[in-house]
Design a protein around this ligand. Sequence first.
Ligand code: CTP
Ligand code: CA
Ligand code: CA
Length: 419
Amino acid sequence: MDYGKERVVALVDMDCFYVQVEQRLNPALKNTPCVVAQYKTWKGGGIIAVSYEARAYGVTRNMWADDAKKLCPDLQVARVRESRGKADLTHYRDASVEVIEVMSRFAVIERASIDEAYMDLTSAVQQRLKSLTDQQIDPQLLKTTHVQGYPEPPPHHEESAPDAATDKEEQRSKGLQQWLCSVSGVDGCAELQLAVGAVIVEEMRAAVEEHTGFRCSAGISHNKVLAKLACGLNKPNRQTILPLDSIPELFNSLPISKIRNLGGKLGASITEMLEVENMGELTRFSQAQLEQHFGDKTGQWLYDLCRGIDFEPVKPRQLPKSIGCSKNFPGKTSLVTRDQVQHWLYQLALELQERLTKDREMNGRVAKQLTVGIRQLGDKKPSSFSRCCALARYDATKISSDSFAIIKSLNTAGNHQAA
Ligand code: CTP
Ligand code: CA
Ligand code: CA
């Protein structure tokens, strides 16, 4: 089999997930510009999810609801529930379990966040290919599928005016058919496997919508990095195949930060050290050069990655690895007395106790370690300090007193005062 094309991997991500959960609870919000915001006390609350109708007005995550209403006067605002004085995401977690349950009927999945999951479809695809005697795929089975890089643009010297005028659906269907022709009937063509994978994902997404009412998008390619990238190319309610031969063109103008795991520090250091902006520019460097700058492991990984190759396996895992909760106290609201710190630690511990107990009942497992993180005034990172200790019992009083003991050492006021 062709190098880098051994597997079929998909990533499914729910469209504006928290918004869809609120829309299902309150159908009056459907098909409207709407957002989900948390807390009301400051500027109408902070926006954490935005419907596609609202995005058309320029509304984005992290805006204040009051500011968003200036851009879109008809904006509807759904509120995150609060309990114990903090945001309560239970609804969204429960909705996530519903979605994951449906997806799991189709493939072994790796839950990657509250609203997305990876799946390795290689063996499912091989099964289907056996019964596909003519090695042809009917485009009718791929009604919401785009193929990145197709239709291929006409050569520069040709007249391209008629194409420019055609609409998105026409382009989609033309590109799909063009690509299907190029991969069909070729015995053992690795890219044909992507087409079969996309058929399975169409079925999975239809089942998710049928059973939960939620819509999603997906990416289908040969590895996790490409599947994730592909998923974002035609949102919402669409899926995108990313064939390996479309990578050079796509990576030519793709900022490094758009790639999974390169959005943060590593991506920034690549841009700085090598003076490159786009993923494609990395192909100019030899493997030895990349290893010299970033170490053997990362260097090798980057050398493959800028060519669209990544070997990270899909790990079968449906449950989150950890259960955590947090609350921010920005600016003037920051906690300044021991009593305040103890009060909030206890509220967080109560939520943990409740969720841990539910998790033990539902999933038959027991947490053994407690990690406490805090952020001090002026810190840039969400958590600048973190330590852990054993978690012996699911008991809020014990959890909060252990947590307090852990963070006590940071108190510069001395431990005998209220401050
Ligand atoms: N979320 C959040 N804070 C973040 C990122 C995500 O609260 N910093 C929540 C969002 O409210 C969102 C869900 O996690 O609904 C999934 O996030 P994401 O997939 O990034 O965005 P969506 O809102 O689902 O929008 P999209 O359609 O672009 O996927
Ligand atoms: Ca999403
Ligand atoms: Ca997501």
